[in-house]
Every structure is written in structure tokens, then in C-alpha cells.
Design a protein around this ligand. Structure first.
Ligand code: 5CA
Length: 445
């Protein structure tokens, strides 16, 4: 993408309304614009990053056996009455009437709707277990929307729902989703610690929240350092083997990790003092096993092997997809801007032309742009006629993993400069060597 043909409204000033760094940087880097409280447009750069995150969530869900579908944002009130949640949900639910005075709502979550779909689609124990999910916009009329996409009113969620014949089966589905969360967050460069959680209005008896540690997090957390020291990036699992899944679940739930909602001083005291970490955290995922809480009132059952109907055992599994963008930036930035982990970066490379209009520099930059793009490398080409300082500052702010600079001085000796955003490591290379290195580094992303 050429910057001269893109829409990237960078802000020089720090917006006064933004209290936390991710919100400030998302506004300054031209990723999002607020439309009303807690409701945002995703500008082209932000939208690309959002799609990267979505893709990883999709891949890891499907690897764990979950099946994608898409349910609507607007739901009939009636199904929430049937489950008994319509009145209980309170003012967070945006209630709407259509032109026929029918009561509708903008979905804050989808347990009712998916339960009815599965009730109609699944008749026999032979059709179970199943996990279905979608990535869809939700609306919750939060009392205090804040911190940009972290606590929005409209936000993008991945919500999965598992259906099993037995409680034992449901626990395995729960554990599969648990493991898929570890893998999803690790691919995004995040350590999201699973913590024992309350089930709240979703209901049920087994629940974990996944939190990344960040000073600006809304939750107080208590974690055993031994858990943080584990290797989060190379969890290997065989989803077809229940023992493999259970083994990972055990190893990531055996050490103490709780939020203030479930914190228990007496149990915490069993963790040696030098291993006690108390910090703030941002919740990026929340999973629940709740048995027949919805399948019972909504009459979702399958015929069991003995010919008798069995009420389905269910769980639900949420990831805050839009919140993850904020969480990634909270976890990965410096004083100059965002430092994208490779998997979520909106482009792989910023190609900077230091002397737009100079025939030799233009030719070399154009050639690199064409070659890299043809090889599948995602390039944001800064072909504006601007001073070097301004270009570098802009590219540091948006934080792409690599910066490739073409300037008259280097080119005179046949060289371009390749710089890694993460650590500032810089190399002078021939254009061919730089291109080869970038193609290798971004392959498979
Ligand atoms: N039905 C269940 C699981 S599918 C559910 O709704 N769980 S939840 O309420 O915990 O939401 C799932 C995830 O959505 C949360 O972990 C959080 O990451 C994200 N989320 C919740 N509320 C907001 C919000 N107001 N803004 C941004 N993300 C949110």
C-alpha cells in the first residue's frame, strides 16, 4: 500500500480523553475514531490489525474442532424470556422495538440463539459432541465505557458454545477450548494467564478468565510466579487425545492464579512469599461450563444411546477480539509508539523513501515495493514527499515490525537499511539481500 493513496490520519497531539497508552496510541496511529461513547469506527490501519487477530482466533478455534457459523446481531426478546434472562440482564441490554412493535435486542451474547439452533439441528447422541462459534459484534450498554476498545459498548467477540451428552464430555470440550485459548494468545505474543473465575450472570460451576498482566488492567490479580515462568509459546497438544488435552489443562491450572473476585488469602498463603505476584490484569477471554442452565428451559435434548432424551450439557467461551488490540498494545509499545508482534501487525514492513523525486532512490524503492509485494510481504510504502525525521517518527508510531529505508547516501554504495522495530537492530544490506531477508522473516505469518 502506498501511503500517498492510503487513509492514515495520524495525530500529532495526544488526545486529552485517552487515559491509557493503548487508547492514546490507537488514536494517534489513526487506527480508530470514536463515533459515540464506547462505539468506534475501525480506520483502515486498525481494521487490518483487527482482521489479523480475527484470523488467528479462527484458525485456533478450528484447530480445536470448533465449527464457524454466523448468527445475527439483533435478536428477538422472546428467546431471552424463554431462558429466563430477559428481565435479569438489566440496563446493559440495548432493547429495541421494530415497526411492528416487536421487542428485539442487540445481542450482548448468544447462548439462547445457539441453543435453539442446536436443538433443531442435533437429534441424536451420534451428532455429539459439537462446538460452534462465531465472531460477531456485540452491544452492552456499559455504565462506564472507557479506555477505547478495551471497554466499549459495541465490541467484537468470539463466542463459542459446546454441546455434549455427558458432564464428562462437557469437561473435555471445556478443556479443549482452554488449550485453544493458550495457543491463540501465545500466537499473538501475549501471556494470558488463566485464572479461576466466578461464573456471574452466565451461570455454571467451572470458569476461567484469561488475563494479560498490565498496569492499566481493571482487575487485581494474584499469580504464582512459577506459572508465569512456564513456556507459554510452545504448548503442543493432540486435540484427539483427551489425556493430552487434560495434561495441559492440569499443568496450567495447578498453580495459584486468581482475580480479586475469587481470591482467597488462606490458599494464597500456601504459595511461598517470594513467588507471590500481585498485579493488574486485562481480561481477554472468559470460559464457562454451565451444564443445562440454558438447554433445560429451552428444551435442547438429544436421544441417548438407550433411546431416552438427554438434556444437553453446555459451555460457552468468549474472546474479546476488539479488546485484544488494546491489550496487545498495552503489552507491547515503547515511548515512540506501538511495537506490533509480527502476527498481529497490520503490515509487515514500512518501506521509507528518503528522497522522493530522486530518480535513483525512487527506482530502487519502487523495485523493492514491487518485489516484496509480489512475494506476499505486506508493505506500507511511505512515498510521501516529507522530511526523513517526520517519516521515521510516523513509522515508529505505527510500529510495524520492520523498516526498510532507501536513501541517496546508502544507495550510492549499493545499500539500504533494514531496521527491526522491536529492538532497533539495524543492518546495511544490498536491496536484494534485504528483500530476501524480509521474505524469509514474514513467510507463514
Ligand atoms: N457468553 C459468554 C462467553 S461466550 C460471555 O459473554 N462472556 S464475557 O462476558 O466474559 O465476554 C467475553 C469476552 O468479551 C470478555 O472476556 C472480554 O474480553 C470481552 N468483553 C466483554 N465486555 C467487553 C466490552 N465492554 N468491551 C470490550 N470487550 C469486552
Amino acid at each position: 500500500m502506498r501511503l500517498t493513496r492510503y487513509v492514515l490520519p495520524l495525530l500529532k497531539e495526544t488526545p486529552a480523553e485517552a487515559q491509557i497508552v493503548s487508547h492514546r496510541l490507537m488514536l494517534r496511529a489513526g487506527m480508530i475514531r470514536q463515533s459515540s461513547a464506547g462505539i468506534y469506527s475501525w480506520l483502515p490501519l486498525g481494521y487490518r490489525a483487527l482482521q489479523k487477530v480475527e484470523r488467528i482466533v479462527h484458525e485456533e478455534q478450528q484447530r480445536a474442532g470448533a465449527i464457524p457459523l454466523l448468527m445475527p446481531t439483533i435478536q428477538p426478546a422472546e428467546i431471552w424470556r424463554e431462558s429466563g434472562r430477559y428481565d435479569a440482564y438489566g440496563p446493559e441490554m440495548l432493547r429495541i422495538k421494530d415497526r411492528h412493535e416487536r421487542e428485539m435486542l442487540y445481542g450482548p451474547t448468544n447462548e439462547e440463539m445457539i441453543t435453539l439452533l442446536v436443538r433443531d439441528a442435533v437429534k441424536s447422541w451420534r451428532d455429539l459432541p459439537r462446538i460452534l462459534y462465531h465472531i460477531q459484534w456485540k452491544f452492552r450498554d456499559e455504565t462506564r465505557p472507557r479506555f477505547g476498545v478495551m471497554r466499549g459498548r459495541e465490541f467484537l467477540m468470539k463466542d463459542a458454545y459446546s454441546f455434549d451428552l455427558t458432564a464428562e464430555g462437557a469437561r473435555l470440550s471445556y478443556q479443549k477450548m482452554f488449550v485453544s485459548y493458550l495457543k491463540t494468545f501465545a500466537r499473538l505474543g501475549l501471556t494470558a494467564v488463566p485464572m479461576k473465575a466466578d461464573t456471574g450472570p452466565i451461570g455454571g460451576d467451572l470458569s476461567h478468565e484469561f488475563l494479560i498482566l498490565a498496569e492499566t488492567g481493571e482487575s487485581q490479580v494474584f499469580v504464582d510466579k512459577a506459572l508465569l515462568a512456564k513456556d507459554w509459546s510452545s504448548v503442543e497438544v493432540d486435540y484427539e487425545d483427551p489425556a493430552s488435552v487434560a495434561g495441559i489443562f492440569e499443568s496450567f491450572t495447578s498453580a495459584y492464579a486468581r482475580t480479586d473476585e475469587t481470591h482467597d488469602e488462606a490458599i494464597w498463603a500456601e504459595t511461598p512469599a517470594e513467588r507471590q505476584v500481585s498485579a493488574r490484569g486485562v481480561e481477554v477471554g472468559h470460559i464457562f461450563y454451565f451444564g443445562t442452565k440454558y438447554s433445560e428451559p429451552l428444551k435442547a435434548a438429544a436421544i441417548g444411546p438407550d433411546g431416552q432424551p438427554v438434556t444437553l450439557e453446555m459451555g460457552s467461551y468468549g474472546v474479546g477480539v476488539s479488546r485484544l488490540l488494546g491489550a496487545i498494545i498495552e503489552a507491547s509499545h515503547d515511548e515512540n509508539g506501538i511495537v506490533w508482534p509480527e502476527a498481529a501487525a497490520p503490515f509487515h514492513v514500512a518501506l521509507v523513501n528518503l528522497k522522493q523525486g530522486d530518480a535513483a532512490v525512487d527506482a530502487a524503492a519502487e523495485k523493492l515495493y514491487a518485489e516484496l509485494t509480489a512475494a506476499g510481504v505486506e508493505v506500507l510504502y511511505d512515498d510521501r514527499d516529507e522530511r526523513a525525521g517526520g517519516k521515521f517518527a510516523a513509522m515508529d508510531l505505527i510500529g510495524l515490525p520492520w523498516r526498510l529505508t532507501v536513501g541517496p547516501r546508502g544507495l550510492a554504495s549499493g545499500q539500504v537499511e533494514l531496521r527491526r522495530r522491536k529492538d532497533g537492530a539495524t543492518e546495511e544490506l544490498t536491496p536484494e539481500a534485504a528483500a530476501a531477508k524480509l521474505i524469509a522473516a514474514t513467510r507463514g505469518l
